[in-house]
Design a protein around this ligand. Structure first.
Ligand code: GLP
Length: 236
C-alpha cells in the first residue's frame, strides 16, 4: 500500500487524475470503478480538463459506479447517477451505454445486486477502482459491521453517514436510509485501487483504516490486504 500525503486538495485531484489518466492511456478499453462524494469531484474536474485539452479519450472506457441510493430516480438532484452525469459523463466522449450505476428503483433489488456483480464479471473485472472514505471508515456504502460483506447488496446507512450526507439534501429526513452498494469482495477484486481522502476530519479514520487492525468495524481496513492500493490524503 502506498500512502501519499499531499498539502492541498488541488494536488490530491491532480495526482488522482494522473493515475486515472495513465490507466486509460495504457489501456484505452479500461473498466473504471467510480465513486461519488465530495472527495473525487476535483479528480473529475481535472479529467474533464484533460479531455477538453485533447489529451484523454474516453471512447473505449466502461465505468461501473460503487453505489446508488434506493428510491431516487436517476434524474433526482442527489442521485449518484445524476452526480456522475454532471461531474463527468456529460462532459466527455464516454458511450452512455457503457456507464453503469446500480438502479435504485429496481423492482427486485436482490436481483439488481446479483446482476450488478455478474455485469462486473462479464466486463472482465475492474481495472482501477476509485474510492472515497466515510468518517466511520465506510467505502461505497459498506458500513461498519461484524463481518465483511462481500457481494453487491442492499445496505442500510448508519446514523453518522445519514448525518454526513444530509449536507446534500434539504433536510436529514430526505436522506434515503438504504442504498445498493458494491460489496467489499467486489471492490477487492479490482486490479488496482485508488482511495482519496480530504480534510482534517478524515485524518483519524485514515490512520485507523490503514495503520490499525484489519477489522469489519473499519470496513476500509480490508484494503490493507489488497496488493495494489494507493491512498492520497490531503489535510487541507
Ligand atoms: C458517501 C459515498 C461514499 C463516499 C463517502 C464520503 O457515503 N457513498 O462512496 O466515499 O460518501 O464522501 P465525501 O468524499 O464527501 O466525504
Amino acid at each position: 500500500m502506498k500512502i501519499i500525503p499531499v498539502e492541498s486538495y488541488e494536488k490530491l485531484s491532480r495526482l488522482g487524475a494522473n493515475i486515472i489518466f495513465s490507466q486509460v492511456t495504457v489501456k484505452p478499453r479500461s473498466v473504471l470503478g467510480l465513486a461519488t462524494g465530495s472527495s473525487p469531484v476535483g479528480i473529475y474536474r481535472e479529467l474533464v480538463a484533460r479531455y477538453n485539452a485533447g489529451e484523454l479519450d474516453f471512447s473505449g472506457v466502461t465505468t461501473v459506479n460503487l453505489d446508488e441510493y434506493i428510491g431516487l430516480a436517476p434524474d433526482h438532484p442527489q442521485s449518484y447517477r445524476r452526480f456522475m452525469q454532471e461531474n463527468l459523463f456529460d462532459h466527455v466522449n464516454i458511450d452512455p451505454a457503457k456507464t453503469f450505476v446500480p438502479n435504485g428503483l429496481a423492482p427486485d433489488l436482490e436481483a439488481e445486486c446479483v446482476a450488478y456483480d455478474r455485469r462486473i464479471d462479464d466486463l472482465g473485472g475492474i481495472d482501477l477502482q476509485l474510492l472515497g472514505i466515510g468518517l466511520d471508515g465506510h467505502i461505497g456504502f459498506n458500513e461498519p459491521d461484524d463481518s465483511f460483506c462481500k457481494p453487491t447488496h442492499v445496505a442500510g446507512l448508519h446514523e453518522s453517514t445519514i448525518a454526513a450526507n444530509a449536507r446534500f439534501f434539504a433536510s436529514k429526513n430526505e436522506v434515503p436510509r438504504r442504498a445498493i452498494s458494491m460489496g467489499l469482495g467486489s471492490i477487492m477484486q479490482a486490479r488496482k485501487i485508488l482511495l482519496v481522502a480530504n480534510g482534517p476530519a478524515k485524518k483519524e479514520i485514515v490512520k485507523q483504516a490503514f495503520t490499525g487492525p484489519v477489522t469489519p468495524r473499519v470496513p476500509a481496513s480490508i484494503l490493507q490486504l489488497h496488493p495494489d492500493v494507493t491512498v492520497i490524503f490531503s489535510e487541507e
